[in-house]
Design a protein. Structure first.
Length: 203
């Protein structure tokens, strides 16, 4: 997603870390990883939390997997012959069809927030990778001033929190998932953290 970045040194460290997880998810869900992406993730060390353990598993798999193996897995999961095993779009998860009302609602919010679709991107904007990119940018201020927690919560609840947990659960359990099963575990754990944190934000 395109936008004008605004440098802001006052973003809380925990929000920067949240943005990095969104960026990591977006990277692997947008396309299969190259060797550099695998090497970057292999350097992650997790902790004893659910998210930390999921990141640790992802890091260990990244050390072992080749880009070619990941590309085959990505092909089977998201592209396939005709279609992949999973359809990673909000419209599909919320309505059972592509290009439905959730996409129209997202496009209205994108216009309001100054988020522009990249010309080279073919997928509808409600693809999970695009939504993770948007959330990262809204936290860091890539589309203007960083959004406060109330506005972040509104975007998350409207476009991510109401379906992404189900998607990541499906990804974790998909027949074709090995490396991407670990991506699903990271996403599922992180979505649960985000939902719980936003529930604590005062209305």
């Amino acid at each position: 997603m395109a936008g004008q970045a605004v440098v802001n040194e006052h973003i809380a460290e925990e929000d920067v870390l949240r943005a990095h997880v969104y960026r990591l998810l977006a990277r692997f869900l947008r396309s299969a990883p190259d060797q550099q992406a695998l090497d970057n993730v292999a350097g992650i060390s997790g902790d004893d939390s659910d998210l930390g353990q999921a990141l640790g598993v992802l890091a260990r798999l990244a050390e072992k997997m080749s880009p070619e193996t990941c590309a085959e897995e990505y092909q089977n999961l998201f592209i396939g012959v005709g279609r992949g095993e999973l359809l990673p779009y909000a419209s599909y998860y919320l309505t059972g069809f592509l290009n439905e009302k959730p996409l129209a609602k997202l496009r209205r919010d994108m216009g309001r927030l100054g988020i522009e679709r990249r010309v080279a991107v073919r997928e509808p904007e409600d693809h999970i990778a695009a939504l993770c990119e948007m959330m990262c940018g809204l936290i860091l201020g890539d589309f203007g001033a960083p959004l406060g927690l109330h506005e972040q919560r509104s975007f998350f609840n409207s476009h991510i929190g109401n379906w992404a947990g189900h998607f990541f659960d499906d990804l974790e359990q998909a027949r074709s998932s090995a490396f991407y099963g670990a991506v699903g575990s990271v996403g599922k754990s992180f979505m649960a953290i985000e939902r719980a944190a936003f529930e604590m934000v005062e209305a």
